[in-house]
Ligand binder design. Structure first.
Ligand code: PLP
Length: 368
């Protein structure tokens, strides 16, 4: 028997979240962002739930190829464009749209031999200072691209640094709008936070939106708002089982470093899940967890293959949890109770993105 830990990918929840994203900007087309193997869910496992999108956006040519193998004939956008000249051949062959964010990519394109001109998303660095042409260089890049026979339509794209926080998007959207004022082409500006928090701004909701994390049931601005408030559903549930129990007396300690000591007698459970499964080692005592759908907490240090959990709330609820009881590390328990991934991420000092991407290869996945 394999260890009882499993990750579930929920197709209905993906569908629900996609519909939710559409309602935020009903006139825009939606790129479902599936980079990093669909935020750790697996491209093949999210395809059914997200195939109602207008296109898929990702980074990796191998992942683009996998999407085509699934039978997706619609738009696929490479968010970082090509990394070397020969990638352009694959773009031609697989009909991939690609971002152009630097002169080197224009140089490669100018030398590329292709029968069919490429659809380009020209990227502006409107203030985030990751990829893209600065506003002063953007228009000359556009002019250069526009003169290439290898280029078909040019769309315009930028990315927000603070759509989820108090700084917001005002400065970046003003820069982008002003610099692109009289340029033709479709626009794409916003990620999940931009879409949920700022889609009332017409420039934000324009043409194409690019939600990622919200599609996967994590609130982009947690803890300001949670998934229930945004009407999002968890798309990944990490579940395991209790593989043992212990009765502690006051003063007994738990796990490596004895970092938790019982102050009264209590029952604890041992869960088949540890940091080698991708559960964060930084989660302290008190991190939320569900045992048979009853909310409780972790105790002591997370070890490689095990976590200890407090069974007091289960006992108090009149439910005797024991060997084989279901444990939900995040997502939805079998009885429907939800533990948002954002709460676990917060306890570990990180974000839902990192947790979903970090589920390790020894965890089996099931689609349901
Ligand atoms: C260019 C671009 N667009 C859209 C997204 C989706 O962002 P989010 O997952 O925050 O919605 C990302 C992700 O980082 C990105 O890099």
């Amino acid at each position: 028997m394999p260890r009882p830990i499993q990750a579930f990918v929920h197709t209905d929840a993906l569908r629900h979240n996609l519909t939710r994203m559409r309602t935020a900007a009903p006139d825009a087309r939606v790129w479902a962002v599936v980079k990093a193997n669909a935020y750790g869910h697996g491209i093949e496992r999210v395809f059914e739930g997200l195939r109602g999108a207008d296109g898929f956006a990702l980074l990796d040519l191998d992942e683009a190829q996998r999407l085509r193998s699934l039978g997706w004939r619609g738009p696929v956008l490479l968010l970082e464009g090509v990394f070397e000249a020969r990638d352009l051949e694959l773009c031609s062959r697989l009909d991939l749209w690609h971002t152009v964010h630097c002169d080197e990519q224009i140089d490669m394109l100018s030398r590329h031999k292709t029968q069919v001109p490429h659809r380009i998303f020209l990227k502006m660095n409107s203030g985030m200072n990751r990829l893209g042409f600065t506003p002063t260089r953007f228009r000359s890049a556009w002019t250069r691209l526009n003169q290439l026979p290898q280029v078909d339509e040019i769309s315009l794209i930028t990315h927000f640094s603070d759509a989820d926080g108090p700084r917001g998007i005002a400065e970046q959207i003003a820069t982008f709008t002003k610099t692109t004022e009289d340029l033709p082409g479709e626009r794409s500006t916003c990620n999940s936070a931009g879409l949920l928090r700022h889609a009332h701004d017409a420039a934000v909701a324009a043409d194409w939106v690019r939600p990622g994390i919200a599609l996967y049931g994590s609130a982009p601005d947690f803890p300001e708002r949670n998934i229930a408030q945004w009407d999002l559903q968890p798309t990944m549930s990490l579940r395991s089982r209790l593989i043992g129990t212990q009765d502690l007396q006051a003063g007994d300690t738990v796990g490596y470093g004895s970092s938790f000591a019982a102050d009264v007698s209590m029952r604890i459970g041992l869960v088949a899940c540890g940091y080698a499964d991708g559960y964060p080692r930084h989660c302290p005592t008190g991190t939320p967890v569900l045992v048979d759908g009853v909310r409780t907490r972790t105790l002591g240090r997370v070890s490689m293959d095990m976590i200890a959990v407090d069974l007091t709330p289960c006992d108090a609820a009149g439910h005797v949890a024991g060997f084989g009881s279901e444990v939900t590390l995040w997502g939805k328990a079998s009885n429907g109770v939800v533990l948002p991934i954002d709460e676990v991420a917060q306890a570990a000092g990180t974000v839902g993105y990192e947790l979903m991407c970090a589920v390790s290869s020894r965890v089996g996945f099931t689609q349901n």
